[in-house]
Design a binder for this molecule. Structure first.
Ligand code: MCA
Ligand code: AMP
Length: 514
């Protein structure tokens, strides 16, 4: 008897959820609809093209393009070909992209027509053999290159531990790290979320998130694909379009800013949500005020969950009321199969209700940082727990003992509108500017983005700083969400007796300066 091992390729896993009738609609944009057959045949053509480049399975495809159905098919094609997907935020500038390409050495780079003039030479310099373009309307040289490629493709066999994607997350040292996610990481989390959040084939997901991050790609899009559910595919958060589409949708996911902006529109009400069964929030803390206002306005309770690029989703407030209440300010219990603990500096669990470092373990936890074995070792305990860098509490007054609340971060990180900004990176750029002696970058409360980036700079002796010119210069060097919304000049930074800058004092001082 010949035993054929199941294919653990994430595409094969997703495909197991596709409806039998491949002629039904999978995804719709304002312009057109795409069937499940379109997904199969388009991803086949792209996978066949990747395979025809001759680069071996495991090669990287770096993608910095605007959101489109074709961009999603490209991700699926990468899985099918057994390659590794490397999505990049469209806000990144040349210097930022250059770092990623140099580190990941992709064989193929896909960019926009507008970026080709700088991206192609950069990609070639770092060894890419193929650079093609993809536009938001589905045009571009990639689509022309697909002509003649077959509409069927045998998805390459991959094991649980084979790499599926690398997601770059900035680091507290200022150097970005590539989190290596395996097919097993992605499939275990997608299956768990499908069961926990009750995904159904008749769901309709309102998809407005970007697809270069875990939230929009793995949690939202893969959730719908695995359920065989339809997606209403919007290029970005657009409240006008959201209000028009919501009444026919059942599920929506967003970072807290999405809910803040929906609530800011008086037309958003119970009627808008008449078919909705699930609103998910994550990537940043959801304020209790937003949670409560949302409940009052719509009669629905946002489900907040907690995840990371390195781990996908770790915890979730319950979907099923029989399993417990959704509580404001908490991110709920660990997902089935995922273990969460809160520990002191010595890695021993703290008492219930006490704050400590959040650590996680499970099939969702990544395989390590790309080409950074030492950094990887440092982020895991001897017994295999991943150090998230978040400070949390399990339980507490009136909160079930297994519910986690994120109460702070041990990593110096700002989350602005769901995007992570590492102060160290911005400080490095500021400190290199003429006339700057030193700087401190902090997060301050912001009504729309939750937190926003602010810089406090100290001039060199006798130097005069032009703060507006510095901000303009930063805009050319850094992705827009990293650029400080405010820059202030001071004579000295507050320091403790060890000489360390006291960012908490700056945060208190500037708390109202968003
Ligand atoms: C845009 N701007 C921002 C941000 N986005 N500033 C600070 N923070 C931001 N997030 C700036 C632009 O530079 C511009 O400034 C001005 O705001 C308007 O830009 P625009 O592009 O029009 O903004 P927008 O389209 O309204 O975008 C805001 C947004 C977007 C909708 C909140 O940032 C977004 O979709 N965020 C979602 C991020 C996300 O998916 N995160 C998941 C990460 P100027 O006028 O000066 O040029 S995954 C994750 O964290 C983990 C795993 C998890 O748990 O999910
Ligand atoms: P990223 O590096 O983009 O994957 O961001 C992961 C970080 O986002 C986590 O380590 C947390 O600090 C934060 N985060 C994600 N979800 C939540 C949430 N629901 N509440 C608070 N912080 C969150």
């Amino acid at each position: 008897m010949i035993l054929i091992a199941a294919n653990d390729n994430m595409y094969a896993v997703l495909q197991s959820g596709f409806p039998d009738d491949r002629r039904s609609v999978a995804l719709e944009t304002a312009e057109r609809s795409y069937t499940w057959q379109d997904i199969e045949s388009r991803s086949s053509q792209m996978a066949a093209w990747l395979a025809a480049t001759g680069a071996p399975a495991g090669s990287r495809v770096a993608v910095q393009v605007d959101k489109s159905p074709e961009a999603l098919f490209l991700y699926l094609a990468t899985l099918r070909a057994g390659w590794v997907y490397l999505p990049l935020n469209t806000a990144y500038h040349e210097a930022e992209v250059g770092y990623f390409l140099g580190d990941a050495e992709p064989a193929v780079v896909i960019c926009t027509e507008a970026a080709r003039s700088w991206c192609e030479p950069l990609a070639r310099r770092h060894g890419a053999q193929h650079v093609e373009t993809l536009e938001s309307d589905g045009g571009g040289s990639l689509m022309r290159a697909l002509e003649g490629q077959p509409g069927v493709f045998d998805t390459v066999h991959r094991g649980q531990d084979d790499l599926a994607a690398i997601l770059y997350t900035s680091g507290t040292t200022g150097r970005s790290k590539g989190a290596m996610l395996t097919h097993g990481n992605l499939s275990s989390n997608a299956r768990t979320l499908k069961a926990c959040w009750g995904w159904r084939p008749d769901d309709v997901l309102l998809h407005m998130l970007p697809i270069f991050h875990v939230h929009g790609l793995f949690v939202a899009a893969q959730g719908a694909l695995l359920a065989g559910a339809r997606m209403v595919w919007l290029p970005r958060l657009d409240i006008e379009l959201a209000l028009a589409q919501l009444p026919r949708c059942t599920v929506m996911m967003g970072v807290p800013t999405y809910y803040v902006r929906l609530l800011a529109d008086p037309r958003f009400n119970r009627e808008s949500c008449r078919n909705m069964r699930l609103f998910v929030s994550g990537s940043a803390p959801l304020l209790a005020d937003t949670f409560n206002e949302f409940r009052d306005r719509t009669g629905m309770t946002i489900l907040e969950r907690y995840g990371m690029s390195e781990t996908n989703m770790n915890t979730s407030n319950p979907y099923d009321p029989a399993r417990g209440e959704r509580l404001a300010g908490t991110v709920g219990p660990a997902l089935p199969g995922v273990a969460v603990r809160v520990v002191a500096d010595d890695d021993r669990p703290v008492a219930a209700g006490q704050p400590g470092h959040v650590q996680v373990r499970g099939p969702n936890v990544f395989a390590g940082y790309w080409r950074m074995p030492e950094k990887t070792r440092a982020e895991f305990t001897a017994d295999g727990w991943f150090r998230t860098g978040d400070i949390g509490v399990l339980g507490g007054p009136g909160i079930p003992h297994d519910y986690l609340s994120i109460v702070g971060r041990s990593k110096d990180l700002i989350i602005s509108g769901g995007y992570n900004v590492y102060p160290k990176e911005i400080e490095g750029v500021l400190d290199a500017m003429p006339g700057v002696l030193e700087s401190a970058v902090i997060g301050v409360p912001h009504p729309d983005f939750g937190e926003s980036v602010m810089a406090v700079v100290v001039p060199r002796e006798g130097a005069r700083l032009d703060l507006a010119a510095m901000q303009a210069r930063l805009k050319t060097l850094l992705a827009n969400f990293k650029v400080p919304k405010t820059i202030v000049e001071v004579r000295a930074l507050p320091r403790n007796t060890m000489g360390k800058v006291q960012k908490n004092r700056l945060r208190e001082q500037y708390a109202s300066r968003s």
